[in-house]
Design a protein around this ligand. Sequence first.
Ligand SMILES: NC(=O)c1ccc[n+]([C@@H]2O[C@H](COP(=O)([O-])OP(=O)(O)OC[C@H]3O[C@@H](n4cnc5c(N)ncnc54)[C@H](OP(=O)(O)O)[C@@H]3O)[C@@H](O)[C@H]2O)c1
Length: 253
Amino acid sequence: MILDLFKLDGRVALVTGASRGLGQSMALGLAEAGADIVAVSSSGECEEIEELVRETGRRFWHVKCDLGQPSDRVGLIDRVLDQTGRLDILVNNAGISQRHPPEEYPLSEWHLLMEVHLHASFDLSQQAAKTMLERGRGKIINIGSVMSYEGGLNIPAYAAAKHALAGLTKSLANSWGKRGINVNCICPGYFETSMSHVLQDDPVRGPQILDRIPVGRWGQPDEIAGLCVFLASDASNYMHGSTVAIDGGWLSR
Ligand SMILES: NC(=O)c1ccc[n+]([C@@H]2O[C@H](COP(=O)([O-])OP(=O)(O)OC[C@H]3O[C@@H](n4cnc5c(N)ncnc54)[C@H](OP(=O)(O)O)[C@@H]3O)[C@@H](O)[C@H]2O)c1
């Protein structure tokens, strides 16, 4: 039965940045599809997603880790495996956004953004691949952006990191596809989360963005969960290295 391919019963999914926003929605979707959830965030605030996951009857672990600190990431997946015994799905979602004109962009912020979005995604993928390659199966989902295709305004580090994530997705997919790991990238458009409130509330940019979205509204966080479940499930076993936009038509304009 086709719907059985989407089931994730017995699998363990690690979602970075699961404390709120798109990460929380994807973590809940994966749990509703049957997966136990490991939520990674830098703050201790994961009570909401913990309650939501436990309501589905799945197991939940919270791992506190500042992904912007390479030392914090050392041995992260081994620590997770000690608790869960297995890891089937990795969603590299955690992110930050900083806006400055390029000529004023502080290098310290550039490095931090690259660390959280790009370096941590590679680091965790490399760590997760060890167990996934051993077992000959695994799903890695990177969260890019429409800025994996476009330059945006005053977000040079974010656009560079999101383009790089699309490239990393393709490179890892080429290396690991034959060995049972699917690596793909979800590229969201404009979704209502705490990260995007600064744009939504901007009296100039807010209406400009809304006007440019063909479907005429911002995305709701729960609208990304289905795509994540698909890419985490056996229904997407022949997808490797894809960057999939979910953007209300933004990139088609
Ligand atoms: N919202 C959009 O319109 C949109 C569009 C395209 C792409 N995206 C991408 O989607 C992803 C999620 O964005 P969002 O809108 O859901 O953002 P959000 O609501 O601000 O959530 C960001 C998440 O990342 C975690 N995080 C941030 N810095 C971290 C760090 N150093 N270490 C560990 N965790 C960290 C946060 O948890 P803590 O604060 O507890 O650490 C939080 O759970 C990001 O990669 C973003 O670039 C979003």
